[in-house]
Write a protein that binds this ligand. Structure first.
Ligand SMILES: *[C@@H]1O[C@H](CO)[C@@H](O)[C@H](O)[C@H]1NC(C)=O
Ligand SMILES: *[C@@H]1O[C@H](CO)[C@@H](O)[C@H](O)[C@H]1NC(C)=O
Ligand SMILES: *[C@@H]1O[C@H](CO)[C@@H](O)[C@H](O)[C@H]1NC(C)=O
Ligand SMILES: *[C@@H]1O[C@H](CO)[C@@H](O)[C@H](O)[C@H]1NC(C)=O
Length: 496
């Protein structure tokens, strides 16, 4: 299409200026032929539209033909799937033993495509290289950058060049749509990642990622920067342009400290800006992040990072078991993972806040959604004394707070299978809450030790104008257990 347009546009002025009779005839013939070809093309494409309607239904509406040019390139109209992504993971041989669990937790051999870039040959203990990990490559020699690398951080240069090297390995534009860059301690929810990327046109220039949770880090580097530990995605044309310009970019910014910042500068110089997706998490936080994971932003959950620098995400488990435990819930329904739903038991005046697959918080009073969507500050700031500490609001309480403010917290325990067309997940209380007043009055929710959550088996579409899911309390199914059923909110329902 674009070529035929180009021919028409190019030839017209030429005929007018030269006004050559012969040339005119030639042109008319050409234009005529082009028109015929165009009509044939239109006829063929309209008939193929009818055959692909069933596929179109699953594509986001923005994929529906806007200009004929876009349609030409997307003529197969296939929604982005995992085969269209290539992963580039920066790692180091020395630390791979400690980090491999994070990558292996989400890597799917023969399904995910990509490479782990090491600084040198893996240590003997890792050989022969298992196929449950991404295949490795050794990063190429960076010594040619020495004269320009004034800040003396060769590993930042190596990391930014992982993009170029990943592109060199896989660049068949008929199969690759996105390049996803991650660190060796990034945990990705690939099903959610694929769904999020499928909203965007991979033929355009996209840099999809997220800031740090630490406001001071964003301020110090750039609010326009995707933090690499959280992972980020580059559409094909952007990755291609970066690969082509990588050398000059690196030379232009010898004073930029981190690889993420060098990349952001290169991308800005290509005239491209970041597209923020709230589900990527750098986790520039300390200690217990359960408060954060219990009030996830209303957006698909895409990644976690820094898990070895925070407490295990489930109580009384080590770091690896806690991660695997979360992945159990992820394997049941990634689309709902960490999504918050709030409902009420009006008989007791209790509020239940479910973070699907992770936790249930129970409050002894009625609290609106607007308040509960703010995380409880169970965690600490990334940089001591940094103020303000976070990019989001927080709720605080301590051992002396009134029991109405302090929830009883139950954590994901198991997936029980399906019942009445719903998935059933169970949440169990491990620790008693600590709060100030008369905690054991009749009104207290302390007696609830177990909650069963029934969730629909179809995928939840989060964000993009969709509301949260609502829920109902199903009355006690035992002395100490309750059941909750998630459902679509009613038309004018208010969660308060
Ligand atoms: C993804 O889509 C491509 C067509 O572009 C298809 O060939 C491939 O089988 C699909 N992969 C998966 C895992 O569905
Ligand atoms: C991946 O595919 C190869 C060759 O097709 C096969 O030998 C191997 O067992 C597969 N690996 C897994 C984990 O399925
Ligand atoms: C629940 O709250 C309402 C309104 O504040 C109050 O009238 C009612 O007595 C409370 N019920 C219980 C069981 O505390
Ligand atoms: C709150 O109580 C717990 C358990 O008794 C204790 O470990 C913790 O240090 C207390 N925290 C504060 C801030 O007093």
């Amino acid at each position: 299409m674009s070529t035929t347009n180009a021919i028409i546009l190019n030839i017209k002025p030429k005929t007018l200026s030269k006004n050559l009779f012969l040339n005119g005839i030639l042109c008319k013939t050409l234009v005529f032929l082009t028109l015929i070809l165009y009509l044939i093309y239109l006829f063929l494409s309209s008939s193929s539209t009818t055959t692909t309607t069933s596929l179109l239904q699953f594509s986001p509406s923005k994929n529906i033909i806007k200009s004929s040019k876009q349609y030409y390139f997307n003529s197969n109209n296939i929604k982005t799937n995992i085969s269209h992504l290539v992963f580039g993971i920066a790692a180091s041989s020395n630390t791979w033993g400690k980090k491999k669990h994070y990558i292996n937790s989400w890597w799917k051999p023969n399904i995910t495509k990509g490479y782990l870039f090491l600084d040198r040959t893996p240590n003997d203990e890792h050989l022969p290289w298992p196929n449950i990990s991404p295949p490795y490559r050794i990063s190429s020699d960076n010594s040619r950058y020495m004269p320009y690398n004034k800040h003396g951080m060769p590993f930042a240069i190596r990391m930014v060049r992982v993009i170029e090297e990943t592109f060199m390995e896989e660049h068949d534009s008929s199969t690759v749509r996105w390049y996803v860059m991650a660190d060796d301690d990034t945990v990705l929810m690939i099903e959610n990642l694929v769904n999020v990327l499928s909203k965007y046109d991979h033929m355009k220039y996209y840099y999809v990622g997220m800031n740090s949770e630490c406001i001071v880090s964003n301020f110090g580097m750039s609010f326009q920067m995707a933090f690499g530990g959280a992972g980020y995605a580059l559409s094909y044309p952007l990755a291609q342009a970066l690969a082509k310009n990588m050398d000059t970019c690196i030379k232009r910014y010898p004073y930029l400290y981190g690889s993420d910042h060098i990349l952001q500068a290169c991308i800005a110089d290509l005239g491209v800006t970041i597209t923020l997706e709230k589900g990527f998490h750098q986790i520039d936080l300390r200690r217990d992040i359960s408060g954060f994971l219990s009030a996830h932003p209303q957006s698909p959950f895409i990644s976690l990072h820094h898990l070895d620098l925070v407490s295990p995400i489930f109580p009384s488990m080590n770091h690896y078991d806690a991660l695997n435990h979360l992945m159990k819930a992820a394997s049941v329904d990634q689309s709902r993972l960490l999504q918050q739903s709030v409902c009420y038991n009006k008989i007791h005046n209790w509020t239940f806040s479910v973070s699907w697959g992770y936790s249930v918080q129970i409050y002894d009073k009625i609290i609106p959604q607007s308040y509960l969507q703010t995380p409880i500050e169970t965690f600490g700031e990334w940089r001591k004394g940094a103020w303000p500490p976070y990019m989001f609001n927080i709720r605080k309480f301590n051992n002396y707070s009134s029991c109405g403010e302090v929830p009883n917290i139950l954590f994901f325990d198991s997936f029980e299978g399906t019942k009445l067309n719903h998935f059933v997940t169970t949440y169990v209380k491990k620790n008693h809450r600590i709060c100030a007043n008369n905690d054991d009055d009749d009104h207290s929710s302390n007696g609830v030790m177990k909650v069963h959550v029934f969730s629909p088996m179809d995928k939840l579409h989060v964000g993009d104008g969709n509301r949260k899911e609502c829920c109902d309390i199903i009355q006690p199914i035992g002395m100490d257990s309750m059941a909750i059923k998630l459902r679509t909110c009613m038309k004018h329902e208010i969660i308060a």
